[in-house]
Design a protein around this ligand. Structure first.
Ligand code: ATP
Ligand code: MG
Length: 286
């Protein structure tokens, strides 16, 4: 795994599976660099090799979406070290709320698994007869508790969200998340893409303003499908032809028993994944 860069004027404080965070080496710690690496993770493991260009593509996508959405966010204008400029956001350091704001417009992944077992998604009852990949009657806000480092995020009810952040904030998170999802899904649809689901994170600034933070609407935080394939496909794989690391997940599922260290990704898988990331950004931002 590549080590985080040394950046003059900044000190490295944290690395998640994909991103490296830096605070100013001196002075007030009110700003933060979020540096996206080319690392790719699946099944909670960071894989090798990375996907060349991924950090830059995902950063460009986040910046493009922040600009499209025009809601209060965490971006700041200012100097970013040259070495990482293309894959870095300079942000206002916020007091992050411990809730992952998931919005689902379609049935997929863990939502589909739960629906098959009990006819619900995050305990919200749904009509019978839905198939994997079907559109939900309306988008659902299905929050998760952002677990401390190393633990798994846990789906929580809206009442539990109220316990965590208070009623006003919880309603603010829900309304903002659903509103942003709907607008983003419309923009994606105009470009022949389905935004099946996504995850937002919000923080609060010194004035108490709720701001959209983290990465937004990237292929690491969202499921995007091709609208044409979804409409004409018959199998789930055809309908949910995705633009994220599904290629990596599928290859790994077929070639690794999930014990020990995952195997090296073949060049072909790396290249197909990189091409898919590029296609997503080309189609969205063209
Ligand atoms: P992993 O992705 O490995 O499961 P992670 O979510 O902790 O773990 P990253 O997503 O790489 O790792 O780290 C980004 C961190 O920065 C997250 O904890 C996120 O909540 C936080 N963050 C994002 N934007 C801001 C901000 N403006 N102010 C403060 N923290 C932020
Ligand atoms: Mg994260």
């Amino acid at each position: 795994m590549t080590l985080p860069s040394e950046l003059p004027g900044w000190r490295h404080v944290y690395s998640g599976k994909v991103r490296d965070l830096y605070l100013p080496a001196e002075g007030p710690e009110d700003r933060m660099l979020v540096v996206a690496s080319d690392r790719v993770s699946a099944f909670d493991h960071v894989l090798s090799p990375g996907i060349p260009g991924k950090g830059e593509l995902l950063t460009r996508l986040s910046l493009w979406w922040f600009d499209q959405l025009g809601v209060p966010n965490h971006l700041l204008d200012g100097e970013i070290p040259d070495a990482v400029r293309a894959r870095t956001m300079l942000t206002r350091r916020l007091d992050m709320l411990p809730v992952e704001c998931v919005v689902r417009g379609y049935l997929a992944g863990s939502g589909w698994a739960e629906y098959q077992q009990q006819g619900t998604v995050c305990d919200i009852p749904l009509p019978t007869g839905l198939r994997n990949g079907d559109r939900l009657p309306e988008p659902l806000f299905t929050p998760a508790y952002k677990a401390p480092l190393g633990e798994h995020d846990e789906n929580i009810s809206f009442d539990r969200t109220v316990d965590l952040v208070g009623r006003t904030r919880a309603e603010g998170l829900r309304d903002a998340s659903l509103d942003i999802y709907r607008r983003a899904a419309d923009i994606a649809e105009e470009r022949g893409l389905i935004l099946a689901d996504t995850k937002f994170e919000f923080g609060v600034d010194d004035e108490g303003v709720l701001r959209l933070a983290d990465e937004v609407l990237t292929s690491d935080s969202s499921r995007y499908w091709d609208a044409g394939a979804w409409a004409s496909g018959t199998t789930p794989a055809e309908r949910m032809a995705s633009f994220d690391k599904q290629i990596v997940r599928d290859w790994l599922a077929a070639n690794w028993d999930r014990t020990g260290t995952p195997p090296e990704l073949p060049t072909e898988i790396v290249e197909r994944t990189a091409a898919r990331y590029r296609e997503l950004i080309d189609r969205l931002t063209a």
